[in-house]
Write a protein that binds this ligand. Sequence first.
Ligand code: AKG
Ligand code: FE2
Length: 272
Amino acid sequence: MSNTTFLEPGAEELGTQFIENGYVILPAQDVDALARIRELVVGGATSALGQDLPKDHGDYLNNFHKHVSIENLNNVRLKVIEELNSQDWTRPAYFNLARQAIYDIVGNELAMQRRLNLSIQLPDDTSSLLPVHADVWSGDSPYEIVVWVPLVDCYDTKSMYLMPPDKDRPLQARMGEVFKNASAQELFQHIEHHVQWMNVPFGHVLVFSQTLMHGNQPNLVPETRWSMNCRFKSLFSPYADKRLGEFFEPITARAATQMALDYDLPGGFGDV
Ligand SMILES: O=C(O)CCC(=O)C(=O)O
Ligand SMILES: [Fe+2]
């Protein structure tokens, strides 16, 4: 029997999972790249605190709340983010963590967010929370997906939650009527029993649709959460407020596209 579909079988299957669940969790494609990124993060944190590099990076990050005060936390976070974004190898390395999944789910001519984000949540810390939201509500295009990468095992409240599409869509459709004056916490209480906490062990990546409501709550696990996130979209899909050249940068434009962008219509006709 001859084939009647155009997508590769792997892309078809992963795409179906993504549409049904709103996310996929996969082993990191390039484990060396993940180790290099985590080592850079540990190096940034220890240098911010004037410490030596520890032997066990996972153990150091999980126990980070024993090394830092909440007052100093943002300082350290900013220094590590600066370190992550000052190296030219980190974004290609980050892309390589989920390259095939991004090709399968998004496409192969891509724009990538110019900055890698880092999130650190100490146990019981209420100062670095992200209330329930969808990124599309604040200037992101629905065509963007998030690649979310834990640097330690993330589960329960040490992780983030995501609304499943079949629960999210009807609720977003009625949001104006039902939640007009509700606070984010009231909204969370309403969705709490539907949300799914993302169980993402270190060594894995989460790819999710930021059009679904998501966020986090105080981390009640007695370990520090470290995760990174970065957005990708199909290069020629519609942009919202996060513009190409400002927030996004083309990373995998192909030869035909480059040739087309360089092409000028025939000239010399004396047009004014
Ligand atoms: O890491 C989290 O808890 C939330 C991340 C998030 O909102 C995002 O990456 O869009
Ligand atoms: Fe978000």
